[in-house]
Design a protein around this ligand. Structure first.
Ligand code: CTP
Ligand code: MG
Length: 227
């Protein structure tokens, strides 16, 4: 199949609170975006679209060349939008005509293992549904009314959704073109258009770098342990 990966990296990173847009913040000597692209480079993709803040296109091209080397002609860089949904739409607009399967991935999930990309692609091709990598919910959940707990919530039918999320390209493009509301993720937008969404196993390493504590966690994971 002809697979494209859209890497959304156009957010500002308000909760991380760094001086640069989040994707351009260093984890070790490499940025969040570079680590994300190293993972994407291991997936069997025919095209990669990197969506970045206005003014960062040249920096993104440099990162893509470092990650993809002599395959960097696969990579397109486009400017993102005000919301994640608009950034994904900008990525979709840059897809080549012959792409059949599209994955949408958060650059902020910089340490996502290559096996997750393979599972998502295989399940899209097998099921023709939308596909979300999912993890069990670990926290104990409560329903609340203000500060008052009103009910315990059974977490057994719940999962936490990660990226990359995969879709048949034509169905996702049409769902985006028709979308009126803002959705929390691509799978929600796709489901709102009436399409099926399935899960595959996600991975703890696919956690999203959101806060300074998450960035610390990523740094520790990349630091060789001293024996
Ligand atoms: N994203 C994007 N365009 C936007 C907003 C978000 O491409 N307008 C991307 C981010 O770059 C990130 C992913 O969507 O890779 C998930 O978003 P999030 O973790 O919320 O990143 P930010 O929006 O940058 O962070 P914050 O919400 O703390 O400002
Ligand atoms: Mg955000």
């Amino acid at each position: 199949p002809r697979v494209a990966v859209i890497v959304v990296a156009a957010g500002s990173g308000t909760r991380l609170g760094a001086s640069a847009p989040k994707a351009f913040v260093g984890i070790d000597e490499h940025s969040i975006l570079r680590h994300a692209l190293d993972g994407v480079a291991s997936a069997p993709s025919a095209q990669v679209v990197v969506v970045v803040p206005a003014g960062r296109e040249g920096d993104a091209r440099t990162e893509a060349e470092a990650a993809f080397g002599d395959r960097s002609d696969l990579v397109s860089v486009v400017t993102g939008g005000e919301t994640r949904q608009r950034s994904v739409a900008a990525g979709l607009a840059a897809l080549w005509a012959d792409v059949e399967c599209v994955l949408v991935h958060d650059a902020a999930r910089a340490l996502t293992p290559p096996a997750v990309f393979a599972r998502v692609i295989d399940e899209v091709m097998r099921s023709r549904a939308g596909v979300v990598p999912a993890r069990p919910v670990v926290d104990t959940l409560k329903r609340v009314d203000g500060a008052v707990v009103t009910a315990a919530v059974d977490r057994s039918p719940l999962v936490a959704a990660q990226t990359p999320q995969g879709f048949p390209r034509e169905l996702l493009a049409t769902a985006y073109a028709d979308a009126v509301d803002e959705h929390t993720d691509d799978a929600a937008l796709f489901a709102a258009a009436g399409h099926r969404v399935r899960t595959v196993a996600g991975d703890d390493l696919s956690f999203k770098i959101t806060t300074p504590a998450d960035l610390d966690r990523a740094r520790h994971l990349l630091t060789p342990s001293r024996a």
